[in-house]
Design a binder for this molecule. Structure first.
Ligand code: UDP
Ligand code: MG
Length: 309
């Protein structure tokens, strides 16, 4: 019996890309001796994405779709797709052709060699200088702070074996940071490089603030090192404070009082106030996460889905 390859595609307002994506991908999967199923997740699109998916599912019996009741975000769309996919291996792809389907045959052959994760890594050609520098900096900081290793240029475009998919599905956290999850599960991994692609049609959904928030999410959702840093800073500041007090006392006994101290007082208040607020924020973020996790809400709600035979 032929092996089954599932292709999972999260889609949010991708009416301009769906058909092109399907046609383009078909070219490359047909080279393989496998049975292919497509699982499109419509993440609450406001355009004609769902209509197009219905049409596609009608005319191709290996095309399936799930449609959310509203936009739940890419992470939820990926999760739903992985839960729905039944293949021996799953490839995760974006709908906008930024993940070149030309890589599929190569990914599959590495899977057949026995790799559980075949990860595509893009270079950053064509991105502006500031963004490149900033991302670089983020990865440096993040890899210091996070226990799992996150590689620059590695996104969600990857093949996962059934074993790896099942492992990912065992992580049921509400705040999902895929980059971290894929690295956390481990398994035998192969990395493939590819040339950066610009979006085929439509607009990307990343603004500077959303990227910044994503970075904070990434750092906080995988470990408690920021809390450790808070403890260390506390220790450091306390020791410094003691030394300063001692120094002032000794000075007082030797030379008497001569401390106008206005500048020192103000700087200490501002600096300590800032540090306290910062770490209060860090603690707040963790509590916020606990709050969301304890609600046990579903990751998404399904409005409609195609029948699977
Ligand atoms: N996407 C999604 N839900 C969202 C945002 C994006 O399912 O809320 C999908 C989108 O349709 C695309 C993929 O996730 O297939 C990547 O999105 P985008 O191209 O905006 O991100 P980028 O390529 O800039 O990382
Ligand atoms: Mg994109």
């Amino acid at each position: 019996m032929k092996k089954v390859l599932s292709i999972v595609i999260p889609c949010y307002n991708e009416q301009q890309n769906i058909q092109a994506f399907h046609m383009e991908t078909e070219k490359y999967v047909q080279q393989l001796d496998v049975e292919v199923e497509y699982v499109f997740t419509d993440d609450g699109s406001k355009d004609k994405t769902l209509d197009l998916l219905r049409d596609l599912a009608e005319t191709h019996r290996n095309v399936h779709y799930i449609s959310f009741s509203r936009n739940f975000g890419k992470e939820s769309a990926i999760l739903a797709g992985l839960q729905y996919a039944s293949g021996d291996a799953v490839i995760l792809m974006d709908a906008d052709l930024q993940h070149p389907p030309t890589l599929i045959p190569q990914m599959w052959s590495h899977y057949e060699e026995g790799y559980d994760q075949v990860t595509a890594k893009r270079n950053r050609n064509g991105e502006n200088y500031a963004r490149r520098k900033l991302t670089n900096f983020f990865y440096k900081v993040a890899n210091r702070l996070v226990e799992v290793t996150i590689i620059d240029g590695v996104g969600d475009f990857r093949l996962l074996s059934r074993q790896a998919v099942d492992a990912v599905l065992k992580l049921t956290e509400y705040n999902r940071f895929s980059k971290g999850i894929f690295s956390w599960i481990g398994f035998h991994e192969k990395i493939l490089e590819y040339e950066n692609q610009t979006r085929a049609n439509g607009v990307g959904k990343w603004s500077f603030t959303s990227l910044f928030n994503y970075a904070i999410d990434g750092i906080l959702s995988f470990n408690n090192k920021p809390l450790r840093i808070a403890i260390y800073s506390g220790i450091f500041i306390t020791i410094f404070g003691f030394i300063y007090i001692l120094f002032t006392l000794v000075n007082y006994f030797l030379h008497g009082i001569d401390t106008p101290g206005y500048f020192t007082t103000i700087s200490a208040i501002i600096l300590l106030g800032g540090i306290q607020l910062l770490f209060l924020g860090v603690i707040g973020e963790y509590i916020g996460r606990i709050y969301y996790e304890t609600k046990h809400r579903p990751h998404y709600l399904i409005k409609e889905k195609s029948d699977k035979e």
